[in-house]
Design a protein around this ligand. Structure first.
Ligand code: MG
Length: 215
């Protein structure tokens, strides 16, 4: 029996345009120039402080990060209703259920807002658990994944994480779960391949791969 842990942003929802728009609003708030989708792909990492350090090629200050984090989230929140599900998200979620597996969502987005938007898309009832971030702005996912699995009472050996970022794979590596990376556009695909776990640009295929991973 397999349990799939879905990432949300960039995986089940296709939010890269809105993310880049929100980063640009944040950069503007500290007097920095806007970036392109490709700048985002080339630099995106966690913790998010390091992402901004890399983008600006200098260490950002604590005060700047506070502004960047606040403005990013304000802007992203304001554009939430423009964020569509990925093309085959519903099909992939149905494929997990059809195999008799369980599934949940773990996001680094603020939990209260995550729950609202997952409900708007009609997906809450499909999930054993939906968890977001409560207290760790810009942090890494590994600790959150541990907490998520312990709340679900599932062991890492039965879990496959499906996410779109190198941080998703890093979290899976720390916790000892399998991982399939989805090329949702937030990294260059070569960087995803370099992580060493299976990479696909289809969520339905990600589910198929999840069923083939040896454990
Ligand atoms: Mg993501």
């Amino acid at each position: 029996m397999i349990h799939v842990v879905w990432d949300w942003n960039g995986t089940l929802v296709e939010d890269l345009p809105v993310v880049v728009e929100s980063v640009n609003a944040a950069l503007d708030a500290i007097g920095e120039a806007p970036i392109t989708d490709d700048d985002y792909r080339a630099n995106y990492t966690r913790p998010v402080e390091r992402f901004y350090d890399q983008l600006l090629e200098r260490p950002i200050t604590v005060d700047e990060f506070a502004i960047l984090d606040r403005v990013f989230h304000e802007q992203y929140r304001a554009t939430l209703d423009r964020v569509p599900l990925a093309n085959d998200a519903v099909e992939a979620i149905e494929a997990v259920a059809a195999r008799g597996w369980t599934q949940s969502i773990l996001s680094m987005w603020w939990e209260e807002e995550l729950l609202e938007v997952v409900a708007q898309h009609g997906l809450i009832d499909r999930m054993a658990l939906v968890q977001g971030n409560r207290d760790d702005p810009g942090g890494e996912k590994a600790g959150h994944l541990l907490r998520h699995l312990s709340a679900l009472r599932v062991g890492p050996e039965s879990v496959v994480m499906i996410g779109d970022s190198i941080d998703d794979a890093a979290a899976a590596g720390v916790v000892g779960t399998a991982c399939v990376l989805y090329d949702g556009g937030s990294h260059h695909v070569g960087d995803l391949v370099g992580v060493g776990v299976p990479v696909t640009d289809s969520l339905v295929t990600a589910v198929e791969i999840a069923g083939q991973i040896e454990r």
